[in-house]
Design a protein around this ligand. Structure first.
Ligand code: TXE
Length: 483
């Protein structure tokens, strides 16, 4: 079992193993800014070792295992993760600063991903195709082989669960590079995977820095598919590296998701969801509802009620389980502060703001949630992903303007539409250019069963749901002549 004080090692071939460099990276608790553990600084040599282990598994014990058996391994892993839910939640809460309530919800979703993909493993099949007389033509879904998974720090358990769960169910062997800021829950989960019956090499975790271990993974010619979640710039770098060996890539690159509130919406139901969608995980959610577009007829009422709710929000240490924890790092807090300074400099109205509790450790990375009003669409605050607890509000006059504002973004991940008008619900849902649209509800980070991914700068390919399994397989067509 992992202890917080130990130096955590890499996990290759079902064994803990040191990095070739012998170096380590400090792990900081965002709630108090103190170092509490070390992770191994893996690099190209370790990635090479992990890819070798995965390749042996993909043509060996894991590759020959029947789909139903693979599903059973995943199911046992789901049970072990569920049983260790509290331990995993504590690890991730300390590592990332997320309140325990959120960490527990993430641990539950983590187990649920394995449960979902366990059930799907033996239901992934091809088709037969009517062709010329004397032929039988069939398609078979085959695993890519060795898949690489580059995981961000905001939801390590959930993103590992959705990506590795689907890849393993489809029969791939995996090499995972977690974010340097958040590895601990995943190292523990890998141990549980071995306990559940994953053969050596089926799952390998190499911790390290993005430009070292991450880049080495994307470039490695032994990787047959890469799944990446993170920033658009790093995503581009990963795709370019993967293109060097014609390796397919799935990219999930975040968003600037609009929540569109019409005057006829049920505000009682709408308001708490609007607030939660931006403060959940301190705004560090790819699908955070970070722009609220409000029909002018309801502007005063909605803005006043949002401001009131923001004023009541409190940020503090993860262990206190408040509305918000700290941001992940000093760097991320500075990023948020830079955006807020720009808002001040350009005279934007701070319509509402929460507080940091008085006993929050002074070296923690706290930032109170902020509501900015009447933000013009040309502003960087309207256009760019802040990845912090900052909600920008903008008014619209009619449906056409609402749609134009919603689509006026380089991103296209998720949108929320709040209205009682059924025809308008559908017109908006069809008109918005995003990968997901929620009507009279909003799923920030949720929905194991729901295909998820973006258009435009939010990336391409789909994770979650059954759809993800198609991305983790390649389709072979077999034409058999028998006349
Ligand atoms: O992301 P990076 P960062 C966005 C969010 C945030 C910004 C910066 O707006 O403020 O990105 O965060 C690995 N080759 N999102 O710098 O760099 C890295 O080690 C291969 C949105 O943390 O994209 C980590 O494992 N890999 C997002 C992962 O990429 C590399 C979640 C993500 O880091 C690499 C996180 C390289 N050259 C940030 N460089 C979402 N979509 O939810 C870094 N990495």
């Amino acid at each position: 079992m992992l202890q917080n004080s130990v130096r955590h090692q890499l996990f290759i071939d079902n064994k803990q193993t040191p990095a070739a460099s012998g170096e380590s990276i400090q792990v900081v608790d965002p709630s108090d800014g103190q170092v509490f553990a070390q992770i191994a600084r893996g690099g190209a040599a370790d990635i090479d070792r992990a890819v070798g282990a995965a390749r042996r598994a993909s043509v060996g014990a894991w590759g020959v295992m029947t789909a139903v058996e693979r599903g059973r391994v995943l199911r046992r892993w789901a049970d072990l993760v569920a049983a260790a839910g509290d331990e995993l939640a504590h690890l991730e809460s300390r590592d990332t600063g997320k309140p325990m309530r959120q960490a527990r919800a993430d641990a539950t979703a983590f187990a649920r991903y394995f449960e979902y993909y366990a059930g799907a493993a033996d239901k992934l099949h091809g088709q037969t195709i009517p062709y010329q007389n004397g032929y039988t033509v069939m398609t078979i879904r085959e695993p890519h082989g060795v898949t690489g998974h580059i995981i961000p720090w905001n939801y390590p358990m959930q993103i590992f669960g959705r990506s590795v769960g689907a890849a393993l169910a489809a029969g791939n062997a995996c090499v995972v590079k977690p974010a340097e800021d958040a590895c601990l829950s995943l190292l523990r989960a890998a141990e549980l995977g071995a306990q559940a019956g994953l053969p050596p090499g089926a799952l390998n975790v190499v911790t390290g820095l993005g430009p070292e271990a991450g880049q080495a993974l994307a470039e490695h010619p032994g990787i047959d598919h890469i799944s990446f979640t993170g920033s658009p710039d790093t995503g581009r770098r990963v795709a370019q590296a993967a293109a060097g060996h014609h390796c397919p890539v799935t990219l999930e690159l975040g968003g600037k998701s609009p929540q569109i509130v019409f005057a006829d919406a049920d505000l009682e139901a709408t308001l708490p969801v609007l607030v939660n969608a931006i403060i959940q995980n301190c705004g560090q959610t790819c699908s955070a509802g970070s722009r609220v577009l409000i029909e002018r007829a309801a502007w005063d009422q909605v803005l006043a009620q949002l401001a009131e709710r923001f004023a009541a929000l409190r940020a503090g240490p993860a262990s206190q389980d408040l509305d918000l924890g700290p941001l992940i790092s000093e760097r991320q807090r500075q990023r948020v502060r830079d955006f807020l300074a720009e808002a001040r400099d350009s005279g934007l109205e701070l319509a509402g703001q929460g507080t940091i509790v008085a006993d929050a450790p002074p070296l923690g990375f706290y930032e109170p949630p902020a509501l900015l009003a009447s933000v013009p669409s040309a502003s960087r605050l309207f256009q760019e992903e802040i990845f912090g607890p900052v909600l920008v509000a903008t008014a619209f006059d009619d449906e056409a303007q609402a749609l134009a504002l919603a689509n006026d973004s380089p991103y296209g991940l998720v949108a929320g539409v709040w209205t009682r008008d059924g025809a308008r619900q559908m017109r908006m849902a069809r008109g918005i250019r995003t990968g997901q649209v929620f009507v009279n509800n909003y799923g920030a980070g949720g929905g194991v069963e729901l295909p998820f991914g973006g258009v435009k700068h939010s990336g391409y390919g789909r994770e979650k749901g059954f759809e993800a399994l198609y991305g983790f397989t390649t389709l072979k067509t077999i034409a058999l002549r028998h006349d």
